[in-house]
Write a protein that binds this ligand. Structure first.
Ligand code: ADP
Ligand code: MG
Length: 383
């Protein structure tokens, strides 16, 4: 049974009718452009065929009631006065709060949620959750759905409601994604371009079976270090510094901050080159840039981990792999690899077997393809 059928069945049992709406929003994998979004830079993620699904029906009052089939504790709250929650219900509360603050009038609803995006693995289960909830509110209350506006509100949920200094990439791609395409995002203007994936390759997600743990502080520390670097250069964000300017002026910069800045500045260049490579259908070049991105994240930005490095090294030595790197915030979670279609079956089994031998851990390998961004997938006919 797929997730859509599962939530419908559970919904039917609980509410004695079929859901009025089914909405979904996808997770994402970032191909390249890591830790660039909060520096006003470029990122090149794609949505994946793993999503948060919600089956729901409107309520006549101001209550929201949502059960997740993945995590304990339901989200139960009133839209009249939204208070903070204690667990994952912070997300629905925060999205409702952000929508209300932006003057969207909200009526309540109730439903069932399920997701096949692993949590905290760097595939952005949180942005998918936020966008699915925004779509649920939209389904019940109807307004002009503007994906980028919704992405910004979802980001505000994390920034202003939960106090996490996360960038805009995750929400942008979960809201604006399209089948068969990756998204080159300009995280300053929020313009984006849809780029087709090279036909001869498959995107493989390599889950190290390690999770990043409590590293919100390490993430916020990177954000602060980047701000220090942009202050040094006298610009708004590291996006404004070219590699040439960096080379000329960075000598006086504190060595640690210099390495952090170097990653962001070179990663922006790599990301634009990767977009060019995709436009030209040059999968080899794309793979090469992905490999370089990993080294930069490992050595200059220092957000990789032993297991991520092991996974990437294993992947990169397989025939048919054009390039692999850690993906997402880092410190655990997933790597991403570009693999020639013809090599994918042996790639998956080989990588998992060698990884287990080296680390004792059981990796999950997901071969994935891009899907549409947050959408209404089903609506019950009236009457
Ligand atoms: P990720 O890298 O997956 O986005 P985050 O820490 O940003 O990791 O977000 C994970 C959080 O999102 C979980 O701790 C939980 O609060 C919430 N979440 C994700 N998936 C679900 C789900 N299926 N049901 C309930 N909450 C979820
Ligand atoms: Mg997240």
């Amino acid at each position: 049974m797929n997730l859509r059928e599962k939530i419908s069945t559970v919904f039917q049992k609980r509410f004695n009718e079929s859901p009025a709406f089914i909405v979904r929003a996808p997770g994402r994998v970032n191909l390249i452009g890591e830790h660039t979004d909060y520096n006003d830079g470029f990122a090149l993620p794609m949505t994946i065929n793993r999503s948060v699904w919600i089956a729901l029906r409107p309520r006549n009052d101001k209550k929201v009631s949502l059960r997740s089939l993945n995590l304990p504790n339901s989200a139960e709250f009133s839209l009249n006065k939204i208070a903070h929650g204690k667990n994952w219900d912070e997300y629905p509360r925060g999205v409702a709060w952000a929508l209300q603050r932006a003057d969207y009038p909200l009526q309540g609803w109730e439903g069932i949620l399920a997701s096949d995006i692993p949590v905290g693995a760097g595939l952005s289960s949180s942005a998918a959750l936020e966008l699915a909830i925004a779509r649920a509110f939209w389904a019940v209350n109807r307004w002009d759905w503007n994906p980028t506006k919704m992405a910004l509100l979802a980001q505000k949920t994390e920034n202003d409601w939960m106090g996490l200094e996360t960038g805009i990439m995750d929400q942008m791609v979960s809201a604006n994604g399209k089948k068969e395409s990756a998204l080159l995002i300009d995280c300053r203007s929020l313009d984006f371009n849809l780029l087709p994936l090279p036909k001869q390759i498959t995107v493989a997600i390599l889950d190290t079976a390690t999770r990043r743990g409590l590293v919100d502080s390490a993430y916020n520390e990177r954000v602060t270090q980047c701000q220090k670097a942009s202050n040094f250069f006298g610009v708004d964000a590291l996006r404004d510094i070219s590699p040439e300017k960096f080379k000329k002026q960075a000598k006086k910069l504190d060595p640690l901050i210099r390495r952090r800045a170097k990653h962001v500045i070179t990663e922006n260049v790599r990301t634009l080159q990767a977009a060019e490579a995709m436009r030209a259908g040059d999968a080899n070049k794309l793979g090469q840039l992905i490999k370089e991105s990993h080294l930069s994240l490992r050595d200059d930005y220092e957000v990789s981990s032993k297991e991520l490095n092991t996974m990437v090294e294993i992947a990169n030595t397989q025939t048919g792999c054009l390039g692999a790197r850690m993906t997402g915030g880092g410190f655990g979670g997933c790597a991403v690899a570009l693999v020639k279609n013809s090599a994918t079956p042996s790639f998956s089994t080989e990588v998992a077997a060698i990884y287990q031998k080296k680390t004792g851990l059981k990796a999950q390998i997901y071969l994935c393809h891009p899907t549409n961004g947050a959408e209404l997938v089903d609506e019950k006919a009236e009457g």
